[in-house]
Design a protein around this ligand. Sequence first.
Ligand SMILES: [Ca+2]
Length: 477
Amino acid sequence: MAVDRYVKLTVTCVVLAGLVLCTQSPANPAQADRMNVLFLVVDDLNTWLLGDTNRYAGKVVAPNIQRLADSGVLFSRTYTAAPFCSPSRTALLSGVSPYKSGLYENGMDIDASSALQHATSFPKLFKEAGYTIASYGKIGHGWGDRSDWDDHIPHKRDPNPPNAPLTSVGRGEQDWGPTHLAEADMHDTQYADAAIKQLQKKHDSPFLIACGLFHPHMPWYVPQKYFDMFPLDEVTTPELLADDLDDVPPLGRAVTAGKSRFVASVLKSGLHRQGVQGYLAATAYSDAQMGRVLEALDRSPYRDNTIVVLISDHGFHVGEKSHWQKGTLWEEATHSLMLWRVPGMTRAGGVSERFVSLQDIYPTLTELCAIKPPDYVDGRSLAPLLRNPNAAWQSTAISALYDRYVSIRTERFRYIRYRDDQEEFYDCSKDPHEWVNLIGQIGNPVYTTAIKELRIAVPALSNMALPLPSKKGNRDE
Ligand SMILES: [Ca+2]
């Protein structure tokens, strides 16, 4: 009898203990260890913001992005796979390089790419692995919005001020000035609001929250207070070289053709400084929104198990090489911003000067979250550099544009091939502005060897996917 009671009690205890254990452990124990991901994208954001004095020596206001850099690792030599929104974002979300998809510019018929049709975006892959995924604002541009988000606010531009254009040179989106909207009513503010709301929720499964801001994409219509942060006498303009394009081959000059008239009118009207002020005002507004999201994360229970990645999709010209905006293979348009904070892995204040690509995001995130990436994925996991920003690394990054134009950066050089007979080559260690095209300087044996190697390091013209057909006939949509 006593023994029976003892057995019953023991069984009850074991069952109860089992119940307690069951309620405390998720069905899939591996999920409990999976880190969340906060993926932040800022459109057209230059590397200037974090002290890139080669490009801009004046005052910048980016305390929040700087604080993120101070708490993680800044990849100061990040390059885009393509210097336009749609191809850059599609490449990093899909893991398919532009020279394999044929998506080299905006406004192309993405559905015509079989490589992209068979690709899985990394957010969707995360969803299949049990993550809740949410997207607010401008994350993809065409392709990436098809990730089957659990919650989604697609990007929409703010309405222009009723009296736009606000500048004498303004035309289309190339304009700037104070917005008529309250800051709370601006779309980017609302994308940040939505991300904050997600971070304040209780999550039972790991999450991937993506938040993408449109500013500082043009037009630069932001509240007056952001313009006031940059008194004109504290704004400088980038150094320009007259006749910089004289040693650039015809196809290289052609990439600036649409924008050089705008640059000429800005310079002629004496508005260069005001233009830079407009850009800075828009970046300060974006920095403020990112700051709100990052603060919400830091105040949440997820701070110590959430990977933060912040990127810009490509760089931005403000007059250099007679160009404005993006869409060139030079430093201004290809150099991008990328910051990572990985709890338990990155050390605060790390800076990696290794040359990396936005294409590396997909294989990095899958490795960090223990999710098997598809076999086709391009790029390299940055995990070794997240652990040690100075780890050994082959520093190269490839960018592609238009009809199979391609560029490669190494620590010392940039090489661009438009066609086999139209090339550029710069010694960036001596010429950070890429002012002197050295492709014809065959007398220098170091350069001759480097050019030979770089010609082979970029994909051959015949191996690059043909450009997809145009969908809307508009490159700059
Ligand atoms: Ca030049």
